[in-house]
Design a protein around this ligand. Sequence first.
Ligand SMILES: *Cc1c(COP(=O)(O)O)cnc(C)c1O
Length: 378
Amino acid sequence: MFKQKLMILKEKNLIREIKDRRSPQGHRIKIGTKEYLNFSSNDYLGLANHPRIIKEVQKALNKYGFGSCASRLLSGGSSIHKSLEEMVARFKNTEAALVFNSGYSANSGIIPSITDEDTVIFSDEFNHASIIDGCRLSKCNVQKYKHKDLSHLEYLLQKVKLKKKLVITDTVFSMDGDIAPIRDIYYLCKKYKALLYLDDAHGTGVLGNGKGSLSHFNLTPESWIIQMGTFSKALGSFGAFVAGDSEIIQWILNNARSFMFSTALPACVAAASIAALKLIEKNTRLVKKLWTNREILAQKLVESGFDIMGSETPIIPINTGTIENTLRISKQLLKKGIYAPAIRPPTVQTPRIRINITASHNNEDIEKLLRALREVRL
Ligand SMILES: *Cc1c(COP(=O)(O)O)cnc(C)c1O
């Protein structure tokens, strides 16, 4: 049965495979035996292999060993997990924070835990798969609103009068690289007394001098705002967090099944996240360099006539029209030593090459990418 299903995927050019990376993650990677200039990593600030972080991981490894071998509600947690939560709460200017094992486990655990049968969820149609799964697990009435469409969101909000409401949005959309209109969504939530859940996976370490989307929009955290983010992208580590009002955080700790029934992250992983947060707090140049690179590349792409599909962040998609064309371009780029993945349906509707530019790329890397793109184009 699966053989047939796989055949159909292959025929549609939609089969995926796992790459054999034989180097650390970074702006240069080795896949199989070949080296590539890499534009596929979320290591926006080049922290995945930062010497300071590796040193802190080694220290924690020596002190706590590796496996944590129990949920944190049993004996799996360490004082490093606690310090990380205190640090995130300070960083986000909230009363409390809680660490999760991944962004996926955070969204799929938190959303069902903060909703009940009287809640209606309002979710941007382009929200991340982990949000969609969290919504499904909640068994709530889920109202999808059109991408970043405030009047559609308001129309849906005002239709449900007596229900509890939860609005959920990615802050930076991972396939389009655009930013949600969080200031307007904030006011809508205030007006309709809805909880606001922000997924700052691609905003953490990137927007608001690294502090995330609320800082970017100059908004203060409120008791009705729940900020989720990950350590696994710009912070170069692994795991996720939720930050907010202490009662909400305590409730999540007592109800989110992916927190309660899953083994804690190794302490050394939490140590890596602490070290990464300290680095971006101390060294503001890192985030600045990321944005300088982003502006240079985006401007040059537009000048060369590429459609960057409304990108506003270091995620820069290039519209390549059809699936066939997208696969062809991705393959030709590979031949030229450039790794930039083809993104196809069902992940997105419009096939594209997705470029992630980071602080570790230099001008030469950017020029090499531009040259290659001009050569392979349409
Ligand atoms: C990557 C991502 C996640 C999942 O985070 P992981 O730590 O990789 O599990 C959740 N939400 C968004 C918007 C993401 O981009």
